[in-house]
Design a binder for this molecule. Structure first.
Ligand SMILES: [Cu+2]
Length: 148
């Protein structure tokens, strides 16, 4: 159940004002409705030799759960200097050991990882850096709707 998962992840949370507020909201919503299922989820799959979708659009400062799954037969890497950099706020990722490399997640066949984050407006390109996997890339476009 979601509730159990969130509780068990508590020690790994990067506490700040925003994530603290999200937790409070999360618990309030959870108390009000057992149907609460967390932030919207976008699925991203990796296979030979592409990511799908290659373009993801989302709103700035809105929590998003990105579920990345390797559905291929080879190892793939999800690398994004921008997404794992300071402009994006990765609140948690699971499994917690998944960030084996700087700004990257290595995904064995069948493996998946969840990233829960908010990001400021901008482009967050991602790619697989394994040799021969040229073209395995995509972009997350975070739009600032409040300024339009
Ligand atoms: Cu790859």
């Amino acid at each position: 159940m979601k509730f159990v998962k969130w509780i068990s992840l508590q020690p790994g949370i990067y506490w700040n004002a925003r994530s603290g507020l999200l937790w409070v909201i999360g618990f309030l919503v959870l108390q009000g409705s057992c149907k609460w299922s967390g932030p919207p989820t976008i699925m991203l799959t990796a296979e030979e030799f592409r990511f799908s979708p290659t373009r993801i659009e989302w709103e700035s400062d809105q929590p998003l759960r990105l579920l990345i799954r390797n559905q291929g037969r080879e190892r793939h890497v999800f690398h994004s200097q921008e997404l794992f950099g300071p402009d994006a706020n990765i609140l948690w990722h699971q499994p917690r050991i998944a960030l084996q490399e700087t700004n990257a997640v290595v995904l064995e066949p069948g493996q998946s990882i969840e990233l829960f984050f908010t990001a400021s407006a901008g482009l967050y390109p991602f790619r697989c850096w394994i040799k021969g996997h040229t073209g395995m890339e995509g972009t997350i476009l975070i739009k600032d709707l409040s300024s339009s």
